[in-house]
Design a binder for this molecule. Structure first.
Ligand SMILES: *[C@@H]1O[C@H](CO)[C@@H](O)[C@H](O)[C@H]1NC(C)=O
Ligand SMILES: *[C@@H]1O[C@H](CO)[C@@H](O)[C@H](O)[C@H]1NC(C)=O
Ligand SMILES: *[C@@H]1O[C@H](CO)[C@@H](O)[C@H](O)[C@H]1NC(C)=O
Length: 421
């Protein structure tokens, strides 16, 4: 049991920022207000992301305007790069925590000490870039597209309803916002030279790379663990050129797995950029006809993105009415507000895979488990039998037989169950 607890501790991501008193009770009012404004649609199911950048070599789509995302100062970002395409160097007015959903990438960025750090990322890796930090992204798989799904923290953005990339090169580069004379004087290069310098790259945001350029860009990274760095480390000095390693969601360390499926999440501990963030990433993988037991998240709102398969989600209101009962398919984006009991299940004839971006509001000092209501690690089992018997107005033996019937933990098989959900 303690082992499970340890594993589950990783499920919720902590934050370092304190965003003072956004009244949690207002969530329900917000939900009510939004649902009454749009007949038939639920505020918990989000619309399609919109295009921020689209070129022949890739695109960036974002979702920022949804009221629930805005309330928590976050937005979703989906980046697609063709094989060998380069997302030009730029910085954002928001920090970005992301997962490599498909393909592989090399990211390069300039850290706070002014050093260029580079890191190779593969499918399942979670990484983060701080707001205002200059970075580029190269799609390094030779034939697979790079797909990145991520969450922006817009709490320090210029305008929380949009995301602003500042490119140093390309058609709309930031230098063009100054007078040519000024730029020319600053660079100590003739005006014609500057105009030429800024005009050569006529593409915007995403460009293809030639075979030669690609080979150079993907050349072997300098060994981070050089003897010089070991010495620095031992002398407690900063190590040069050493990028933080990504967190892998797909490597063997599953947070939880049984015969019906698995889930895993970032712990917020190992990746420095993530440690300072309110954001985290998790995934849930349900085999055919499986149910992720009803649970609530005590510390974070979850924004779910279905990446494969079909299924259903149900969310309950505090007053015991149903808040959401929707089918899920690839591309569905849903929100589970913090505290709201919810469960997700896969179709009988298809699996269900979704990412969960977790957003917490405050810094709690340690991660708290999602609280499961049913199954072998049910929180109800933690209560004393006398209280349960009184609360449910039932003899203890009957309570025990109800609570003991489900032998599985966290993810159940529904294949024997006759009833429709
Ligand atoms: C979804 O999963 C199926 C079966 O594993 C696979 O054939 C299909 O390509 C997947 N789709 C996506 C978008 O990953
Ligand atoms: C339960 O709460 C929801 C959300 O606040 C509200 O829309 C609904 O009318 C309530 N239902 C009852 C029966 O109180
Ligand atoms: C959820 O929707 C399904 C399919 O429409 C339906 O069979 C089921 O009764 C609904 N459950 C609730 C709690 O609304």
């Amino acid at each position: 049991m303690s082992c499970l607890c340890l594993l589950l501790v990783a499920f919720v991501i902590l934050c370092d920022h304190c965003h003072g008193g956004s009244g949690r009770s207002s969530e329900d009012h917000l939900l009510q207000r939004i649902s009454s404004s749009k007949e038939g649609s639920s505020p918990l199911i989000l619309e399609e992301p919109t295009q921020l950048v689209k070129t022949q070599w890739g695109e960036i789509r974002v979702l920022l305007r949804s009221p629930l995302l805005r309330k928590h100062n976050v937005g979703l970002g989906f980046i697609t790069l063709r094989p060998r395409a380069l997302l030009l160097p730029h910085y954002l007015d928001a920090s970005f925590v992301f997962l490599v959903q498909q393909g592989s990438a090399r990211i390069g960025w300039v850290d706070q000490q002014g050093e260029l750090l580079r890191q190779d990322l593969s499918t399942g890796d979670v990484y983060a870039v701080a707001a205002g930090s200059l970075f580029y992204l190269l799609s390094t798989h030779e034939d697979e597209e790079l797909k990145i799904y991520g969450l922006y923290d817009t709490s320090e953005a210029i305008d929380i309803e949009s995301i602003k990339p500042f490119f140093i090169a390309g058609e709309s580069n930031l230098f063009s916002g100054f007078g040519t004379r000024l730029v020319s004087a600053a660079f100590k290069v003739s005006e014609e030279g500057v105009a030429e310098f800024l005009r050569q790259q006529s593409s915007e945001a995403i460009i293809p790379t030639s075979v030669d350029a690609f080979a150079q860009l993907t050349s072997h990274l300098p060994e981070a663990w050089s003897w010089k760095n070991v010495a620095s480390f031992l002398l407690n000095k900063k190590m040069h050129g050493r990028a933080p390693r990504p967190l892998s969601l797909t490597s063997s360390k599953r947070s939880f797995a049984n015969q019906n499926g698995c889930f895993a999440s970032t712990g917020g501990k190992k990746l420095p950029v993530l440690r300072k963030s309110r954001l985290g990433v998790s995934f849930v993988n349900l085999k055919n006809g499986a149910l992720l037991a009803p649970h609530w998240n005590p510390q974070a709102m979850v924004v779910g993105v279905v990446t494969n398969g079909t299924g259903r989600i149900q969310i309950a209101h505090p007053n015991g009415t149903n808040a959401l009962n929707r089918s899920l398919e690839e591309g569905t984006i849903f929100v589970v507000p913090r505290y709201f009991p919810n469960c997700e299940l896969s179709s009988r004839d298809a699996p269900l895979k979704f990412l969960g971006f977790t957003v917490s509001d405050e810094y709690h000092g340690h991660g708290q488990l999602p609280q499961f209501l049913i199954g072998r690690s049910s929180v109800l089992d933690k209560l004393d039998m006398e209280t349960l018997a009184l609360s449910f107005n039932m003899p203890e033996e009957l309570i025990a037989s109800v609570l003991g019937a489900q032998q599985d933990e966290n993810i159940f098989s529904m294949l024997e169950s006759e009833s429709e959900m």
